[in-house]
Ligand binder design. Structure first.
Ligand SMILES: Cc1cc2nc3c(=O)[nH]c(=O)nc-3n(C[C@H](O)[C@H](O)[C@H](O)COP(=O)(O)OP(=O)(O)OC[C@H]3O[C@@H](n4cnc5c(N)ncnc54)[C@H](O)[C@@H]3O)c2cc1C
Length: 383
């Protein structure tokens, strides 16, 4: 049977896989992206939202993805870091000349925009609605066999198929996971009781709450708490959920927040694959590593993976899939990710929320107005 021959096959059409397909497609590589889900439609009720930092923005610019995909996204000019336990808080503002300190975009909208961009490159083909079935090594190439028997030959398989990665499993790459006792609820609210240009990171005795403005008075909420409390909130009425949220954020009782999306729950864990590479194969994004949504920021790590992989490829194009190039990628990214994931794990074990290190890093409620907190995030700080 004739097989399609491609330079790169990306399995997984989430942020990591799509960014990789766009980067290789822009460079003229014959690239196929395979995703088991249908091609994304315009997203209406986003429950998962990314707030990209300036560092991730710079990487996306370097990859040539910012202007096409993110140019008109909502800039967030400040982050209000609040410690509800010690009643300390500080607002970090974007440096002069920067529109935002963070840039927010919903998962569905990001996926839709990246899919459209990937499909605009003449060397990229996107296959939706089909799953990976087998990945045998065949001489110096990999065969990629889909569930309907369709097969491709490629020099490089990029496994970007998320935390339960089939690519990782078929390649025999093991992964270590640590489960946390908390669950994250994510949903979107609308209203004028919150500032549309400022994100909130609030540390409560039960866990952090993150509020990310999405534009148009909509806000993405990620609320981390014990699994029991999260499950109870998920099944309570919207009015009760919003009353609890307003209480946890110290909003007035006459707040105007309304729930405008479904609620999703995700049990938290951190995981890191023992190896990211095998012959003619590399893992990126959540397939390689996954973590706690607020401090670890999986999308940032995914963009950093793609940036590193394609920067190495730019150094020596003829060897983009060689064992040396892949080993070099693994050395730099696995170490960086392990350090980040390890820190979250250690902090989680050492500090219950009520003694979180944040409490010591911010000035107290009656501190001098111009005293600077120990944390600076590379931004201007206002009391
Ligand atoms: C509650 C919650 C909140 C979060 N908040 C943030 C945040 O604020 N900021 C942030 O940066 N990160 C956040 N994250 C993490 C972030 O969602 C992930 O790190 C990110 O989505 C990883 O992208 P990915 O492309 O690697 O994987 P995914 O987004 O999981 O995409 C994997 C893709 O692979 C496809 N696929 C899977 N198996 C197959 C197969 N066998 N064949 C073909 N296709 C397949 C799937 O359909 C999917 O499209 C959060 C996560 C959670 C759970």
């Amino acid at each position: 049977m004739n097989e399609s021959v491609r330079d790169v096959v990306v399995v997984g059409g989430g942020p990591a896989g799509l960014a990789a397909a766009c980067a290789y497609g822009r460079a003229g590589f014959a690239t196929t992206l395979i995703d088991r889900r249908a091609a994304p439609e315009p997203a209406r009720d986003e429950t998962l939202v990314f707030a990209f930092t300036s560092a991730t923005r710079d990487r996306l610019i370097d990859l040539g993805l910012w202007a096409d995909v993110m140019e008109d996204v909502w800039p967030i000019s400040g982050v209000n870091l609040q410690d509800a336990i010690s009643c300390r808080a500080h607002v970090f503002r974007a440096r002069c000349g920067r529109a935002g300190l963070l840039y927010s975009i919903g998962y569905g909208e990001l996926r839709r925009r990246l899919t459209k961009l990937a499909a605009s490159f003449p060397t990229v083909e996107c296959i939706h609605g089909r799953r990976l079935a087998a990945l045998p090594l065949d001489g110096t190439a990999r065969r990629v066999v889909l569930d309907d028997g369709y097969a491709l030959r490629t020099q490089l398989v990029i496994g970007a198929d998320g935390r339960r990665s089939t690519v990782r499993e078929l390649a025999g790459l093991s992964s270590r996971a640590t489960d946390f006792a908390e669950t994250a609820l994510t949903f979107t609210v609308a209203g004028r009781s919150l500032a549309p240009d400022t994100a909130i990171e609030r540390l409560t005795p039960n866990g952090p709450i993150s509020i990310v403005p999405l534009g148009g008075c909509r806000f993405a909420v990620a609320w981390i708490d014990s699994t029991a409390r999260s499950q109870r909130r998920r099944t309570s009425t919207p009015a009760r959920l919003l009353a609890e949220l307003a209480g946890a954020l110290d909003l007035d009782s006459d707040h105007d927040l309304e729930l405008v999306s479904k609620i999703t729950a995700q049990k938290l864990s951190v995981a890191n694959a023992d190896r990211y590479v095998a012959p003619r194969l590399v893992l990126i994004g959540d397939a390689a590593h996954g973590g706690h949504p607020i401090p670890v920021q999986g999308a940032h790590m995914a963009v950093a993976d793609v940036h590193e992989l394609t920067t190495l490829r730019r150094v020596d194009r003829s060897r983009f899939a060689s064992a040396e190039t892949l080993a070099c990628f693994q050395r730099s990214r696995r170490l960086a990710n392990a350090a980040r994931l390890g820190l979250v794990d250690v902090l989680n074990r050492m500090f219950p929320p009520s003694v979180a290190p944040l409490a010591f890093a911010l000035p107290g409620p009656d501190a001098d107005a111009d005293r600077r907190p120990a944390l600076s995030l590379g931004a201007h700080v206002s009391p």
